[in-house]
Write a protein that binds this ligand. Structure first.
Ligand SMILES: Cc1cc2nc3c(=O)[nH]c(=O)nc-3n(C[C@H](O)[C@H](O)[C@H](O)COP(=O)(O)O)c2cc1C
Length: 198
């Protein structure tokens, strides 16, 4: 299903066609090689002092890592994310490796790397849905994640399935119009809050 952006200015299809579906096809698999391209995209994201604080637990449906990541999700997310082909637990390193100092932008950098993965996924015809509805403590325990690392989110990747298989509640969200703030509300000119001259 397509839910293309309604954009005033030109956009590449990789951005314009991305959205966060829940109707994943439970039959389809993502080739490991393709998944590696997504990780490669994350790897080449920029980061403060080139620390690259991102780490990823990658589980393909049918393997124990997938089931473990799924078990950390809130029920609301589990009901549809179980049909994803791959679940990725996104983890961030809280300190700089070279001096042990606190890295205040580690979440920013991990988010950026995840965004790179989502865009690369689009290039391969793969849909994605990010989730913060999960239990980070449980994830740390299950995967023995060291204290210096923080589980931040989970991303579901896969292929579009059948929206009529969704519950009525999920179906409504699936077909809801995508909304965004206006450009004037997010980009400013002379002072914060001033209208930006488009
Ligand atoms: C960090 C983050 C956490 C999110 N958590 C959830 C979640 O737990 N469950 C869910 O169904 N969607 C979740 N979403 C998806 C957002 O609701 C979605 O991206 C937003 O509504 C915009 O829709 P679009 O991606 O289709 O443009 C999350 C997205 C992000 C970036």
């Amino acid at each position: 299903m397509r839910k293309r952006t309604v954009n005033k200015y030109e956009l590449s299809n990789l951005i314009a066609e991305r959205w966060s579906p829940r109707a994943f096809d439970p039959q389809k698999k993502i080739e490991n090689r393709t998944m590696m391209s997504l990780i490669e995209a994350a790897r080449w994201a920029p980061s403060a002092f080139n620390e690259q604080p991102w780490r990823f637990m990658v589980g393909h449906r049918g393997d124990p890592t997938f089931d473990k990541i799924l078990s950390t999700l809130v029920e609301w997310n589990q009901q549809w994310a179980k049909n994803a082909s791959v679940l990725v637990l996104n983890i961030g390193k809280k300190t700089f490796t070279k001096n042990g100092k606190k890295n205040v932008v580690f979440k920013y950098d991990v988010g950026q790397a995840v965004a790179f993965m989502l865009v690369e996924a689009m290039h391969h015809g793969i849909i994605s849905h990010e989730m913060s509805g999960f239990d980070p403590e449980k994830a740390s325990e299950i995967f023995k994640i060291p204290a210096d690392y923080q589980p931040l989110s989970v991303t579901a990747f896969g292929y579009y399935g059948n929206s009529s298989d969704l519950s009525p509640e999920l179906k409504e969200l699936e077909f809801a119009t995508r909304k965004r703030k206006n450009i004037n509300d997010i980009a400013f000119g002379k002072m914060f809050g001033d209208c930006f001259k488009e």
